[in-house]
Every structure is written in C-alpha cells, then in structure tokens.
Design a protein around this ligand. Sequence first.
Ligand code: FES
Ligand SMILES: [Fe+2]
Length: 433
Amino acid sequence: MSRETLVRMARDVLSHGHAKTIAKADDFYKLPASVYFDKTRNQQEKDLIFKRLPIVLGPSAEIANAGDFKTMEIVGTPIILTRTADGSVKGHLNTCAHRGALISSEKSGNAKRFTCPYHGWTYSNEGKLIGVASSHDFGQIDKNCFNLISFPVYERAGVIWGILNPDSKIDFDVFISDYDKMIANFGFENWSLFAQRTISGPNWKAGYDGYLDIYHVPILHKNTFGPKVSNRPLYYSWGPHQRVCTVSLSKDKVRAVLGYMSDLVDKPEDDWDMQTLLYGVWTVFPHASIASFLGGDRDLEGSDEGVPGHRGVMLSVLYPGDDVNEHFTTQYYLMETPPTDPEGIANATAQFDLLEEIVGQEDYNMGRSQVKSLMGGGLKELTFGLNEKGNQNFYKWVDKVLEAKDDEELNAFFKSLGKEKGIPAENKKSAAA
Ligand code: FES
Ligand SMILES: [Fe+2]
C-alpha cells in the first residue's frame, strides 16, 4: 500500500527531473521578521505548540528494553519516559507528587522504580506511587491519588511522540495523517541507535527552516555538500508533515539526503528498492526531521552504498530553549546495522561528526546571524519564494495552530490538510518499466 505511494512519488520526482520542472507555490509569502525574536510570540509557541501538540520525544531505540528510561526538560517541563515490563512506553512528568522534586536527575538508565531524592517516596516506572517514607508519621493517604502525572504517549514506526498536556483531546491519528505508515517503511523498530548528541542553535524556527529549505544547499553548503548539488525541491505532505525530495538526475554523493531518485533511472519499477524510494528529508511537524545517509562514510558517500543493512538516518528533534534566541537540537544517528569493526565505526562516527558540522556550524550559525540582523529592525518582512513552498506551508500552519482555540479546532485543521498532497493520484509508469 505505502510502497505504491512511494513509487508514485518517485515517478513524480523523475518526471520533474526529465522535464526540468518543480511544483511551485502559488505566490510569494511574507513573514513578519519579529516572528523570529518576539518574546511574547515565542512564549505562545511554547504554550500552544510544544505544550499542546504531539511532539517527537525520541526514537524507540533510545529506550529499547523493558526498564529503560530517559529524562528530558521540554520548554521548562521536566518529563520522564519509561519502557515498562509489557514493552509499552509511558510518559510522566518528572515531578514528585509530594512536593514536586525531580524523581530522577539521571539523563537515562534502566530502573523499575524511582525513589524521590528529597523525602524518599517511591514510584513504579508505570507512574504509580508504591511507597511513602515513614508513612505512619506522614499520615494516611490514598496512594492512588498521588501517582505521577502521566501524559499521552504514542509509539509508531519506531518513533515516540508525546503530548505534554495530560488532558489533551487531540486525535493523534488525525494529526499524524498516515505519515507514520510512510515512515514505517524504514523499519526503525529493528534499527539501532549508533550515537546521539544535543547541540544548540538559533531561535527554533530559524533552525527548523533549514530542514525544509533546499534552495540554500549549494550556496551555504558549498564546502560540504558542494556547489553543484541541486537546489530544486519537491514537497509532499500528509497532514502538516512534509517530505522533501530534490529534482536531479545526477548520482551526486548527496543524493540520499537530498532525495534524488537518480538511482532508479533505467531500472524497472519492480526493482525499485525501498532504500532509494525513501531518500530525502521526512520532516515531522512541528520540529523534527529524518534524513537518509548512505552507508556511513566520512564523505557522506558510503563505501558500501546501496547495500541494504548499512544505511543510516539522522533524526533531528528541535526544542525551544529558555531564551528566544536559542534552541536545542538532539541529533540521533540511527543505523539499520551498526558497524562493529573499528574502520566501520570510525567511518560512521566521522559521518555523524560531519553532519554536526554541516548543521551546527553552517546552518545554525547562518540562523544566528540572520536573526541578529533581523533584530536590528531594518527589514520588517521576509519573503519566501515560489521554490520555498515547504517553508511557506510551515509558517502558515504554525499560525493556524496558534490561532486554534481548542483541540477540536486543531483536529479539524489537521484533517483539512489531507493526505498525500502533491503526489499525482495516477501517473504513468516510468519509461524503463
Ligand atoms: S518531594 Fe518527593 S518525596 Fe518529598
Ligand atoms: Fe542546510
């Protein structure tokens, strides 16, 4: 079912490649410059986006085994994610029901229970209060009324989402709009986490722009991706989630991350492999992206390119920081089969380091200087062109989310965006088929 959708997208990318066309936005889009630095607006985004929508909390592989847990602080809210004995993931506020201390200050680990370091109340990883220190002195309480505060968690396609509002009425299926079924084609449930790191960057939207924007790639990344790579994007969307491919028939070394379908040219469609069909950047609204890389090699090319089992993706998840001018990106490098030999490990490590340089130095330094320049107040509005449709969509949809009065309105909005947008419903088989 979803392979057929991937094939239709690949046909579309190839036909644009042969015709040398892209699918343009209808018009220019103007964005007030203050969106990047206004503190009131930034707080609204934290409250109405990050504390209200389903957000990505990490890959399943990060807490793969029963008892695994990790803690995070997201827009000021401390949380703890646990994998319980039945294999399911639970999300709780990392806040003791007694007087509010963090029940765990460890970043990650494996534990069935957590004992609060303040007065010693103990909770199961299901979030239940199971022990009150000196309970005869504390007084009689109904333990059921003092469990950790839990919030909705969804694990799909090897990725974990959560909604920080415990009373949310958001319909996750409407929000995800079958995009999880597309991502499921990677098979992340069986992949491993090779490495992860967290880096800082500019205002979260200035950071996120780069994941949707292909226009900048041969210019800003001329020293890493190279000056000859394509800057011509195609966007396909499910609800608010956009996949980005690039129109090019070249076999450039960046074809996996940019989503060229050149590896399929002259191949019968029945032989189109899932690895290539999934190339490109799969952004997850409002703050994450999954980008494919070949093989794990220091120059992005992959010494064993095209060999199933050696591919990797970088899952990047962005969270606003305390300051409007800062955000944090956690980069997860997931591999289908992580290398075990020293050379393979060194190559994959070098590739991951290169990605940190590209994003952390090139993209995020540009974002920092861009926002600083805008804060000068001279330019009141930015202009997104017809070839920046993905960014146009993002800002329009962020505004809709901020305007939505309640979760019902959000559900209706996400539903209105439809599925498989931008993919021709029927298109001809490729000439080679
Ligand atoms: S605050 Fe946790 S036991 Fe008192
Ligand atoms: Fe970039």
